[in-house]
Ligand binder design. Structure first.
Ligand code: ADP
Ligand code: ADP
Ligand code: ZN
Length: 214
């Protein structure tokens, strides 16, 4: 099964993708994570993407589509969870080609519906485990034991430089202008399933499970 988790920054895509990966053995393909890795390593892609990401704008379709293409085969046997991709019409078309070449097609596009003021709170409070990437939040989702990652026992955490109020507003605007308009395309294919992303992490997870098991 191949699915897209679609929603604005902070909607909970990464949180739910990680859970699906742990629980169902699907593979999370996050272009944001791939780009951050490229920036950290200082690769040519990273050098191009760094300033664009810091400004909250979108990296080029060619770069992110290539990143997905490189990883898609590793996710073949287990099913892919596209997290943060596609974000434009071009990317949606590129994904269709990449899947088609492999005899695959999308099963669901799960839209996480949330309100914008909540998103700003979610993003400003977001942090992750430095070792395994497990997502946390200052108010909504602290590790069970303070200072210790629930998933891997790690003790170091990090915050993203683009998770500040100014950049978040630009990222939301990019979502409204370029990403939300791809929903009608998927709707015309009958693929879109809406989930209320304002519910708790567990309630959202239950709603997604119901879709995948339907
Ligand atoms: P995205 O990948 O869509 O940008 P994340 O999964 O990283 O979003 O979630 C953003 C922040 O909000 C994280 O700090 C996460 O712990 C928190 N979060 C995710 N889902 C929920 C939820 N349903 N309720 C409250 N906080 C949430
Ligand atoms: P979030 O879901 O919290 O907005 P991501 O981790 O998905 O953040 O993305 C972080 C940044 O990486 C984006 O603001 C953008 O600059 C870049 N990026 C990630 N995925 C894509 C994509 N599919 N197309 C273009 N840019 C992307
Ligand atoms: Zn961890």
């Amino acid at each position: 099964m191949d699915i897209i988790l679609l929603g604005p920054p902070g909607a909970g895509k990464g949180t739910q993708a990680q859970r699906l990966q742990a629980k169902r053995g699907m593979i999370q393909l996050s272009t944001g994570d791939m780009l951050r890795e490229a920036v950290a390593k200082g690769t040519p892609v990273g050098l191009k993407a760094k300033a664009v990401m810091a400004a909250g704008e979108l990296v080029s379709d060619a770069i992110v589509s290539a990143l997905i293409g490189e990883r898609l085969d590793t996710a073949a046997a287990h099913g892919a969870i596209f997290d943060g991709f596609p974000r434009t019409h071009h990317q949606a078309e590129a994904l269709e080609v990449l899947l088609g070449e492999r005899g695959r097609k999308l099963d669901h596009v799960i839209e996480l519906v949330v309100d914008e003021d909540e998103l700003v709170k979610r993003i400003i409070g977001r942090f992750t485990c430095a070792a395994c990437g497990a997502p946390y939040h200052d108010q909504f989702h602290m590790p069970k034991v303070e200072g210790t990652c629930d998933a891997c026992g790690g003790h170091e955490f990090k915050r993203r430089p683009d998770d500040n109020e100014q950049t978040v507003r630009t990222r939301m605007a990019e979502y409204r202008a370029k990403t939300a308009p791809i929903l009608p395309y998927y709707e015309s294919k009958g693929l879109v399933r809406r989930v209320d992303g304002m519910q708790s992490v567990e309630q959202v997870a239950t709603a997604i499970d119901a879709i995948l098991d339907s």
